[in-house]
Ligand binder design. Structure first.
Ligand SMILES: [Zn+2]
Length: 190
């Protein structure tokens, strides 16, 4: 049921179809039309026990609403009103070796997602999974990105987000898991 909730709140076919507001909130009755067996109690429990803070609840005009805090498909055009990450110096993005081969020249792109996802610290707790696939950690210079007009924001649950693209010349460093520095270079801004 939790998986259904993620799917609906992040990747619904359209906002109209599920009655989603522009800010991403969908009312409990609307959710119940699409997710069988969902009760208010169940919804509150899913949100409460979710360690990653992927959902948030809000009463709007006396009706309980829920939204995903991040990870929406681009086509939904959800505006979460995130705060700019002005106090942050670096943001970290984990990737695999294969993807790194193009990222080191092309930079980070959001692809089909609404945002590039980053973490405030290069650790598992901060959002970079200890997955064996993640072998490269990129540190993005947030101030430099902001000066370049690349907006970087922080979500309700602390995930650092950007629509990008984030050029390699905005990387401070890139390291593999053993800490060795990796080479990267921008082909656009030399
Ligand atoms: Zn560049």
């Amino acid at each position: 049921m939790e998986r259904d909730l993620v799917k609906l709140l992040r990747h619904a076919g359209s906002r109209d179809k599920v009655g989603m507001r522009q800010d991403g909130y969908t009312s409990l009755p609307s959710l119940q039309r699409h997710i069988g067996g969902l009760t208010e109690e169940k919804l509150r429990q899913i949100v409460r026990v979710d360690e990653k803070g992927r959902f948030s609840l809000k009463e709007i005009d006396g009706v309980l609403h829920c939204r995903a805090t991040q990870g929406h498909s681009k086509h939904l055009g959800v505006d979460l009103n995130h705060k700019p990450a002005t106090s942050l110096e670096l943001a970290y993005h984990g990737t695999n070796r294969g993807a790194w081969e193009s990222i080191k020249h092309e930079g980070l792109q959001r692809g089909r997602r609404q945002h590039i996802h980053m973490a405030q610290r290069p650790t598992e707790e901060a959002g970079i999974p200890r997955s064996s696939a993640i072998t490269v950690i990129i540190a993005v210079d947030v101030k430099k990105a902001n000066q370049r007009g690349v907006e970087i924001t922080v979500s309700e649950n602390g995930v650092v987000l950007s629509e990008g693209p984030i050029c390699p010349c905005l990387f401070r460093s890139a390291n593999d898991r053993s800490g060795s520095a990796l080479d990267f270079g921008c082909r656009l801004h030399q």
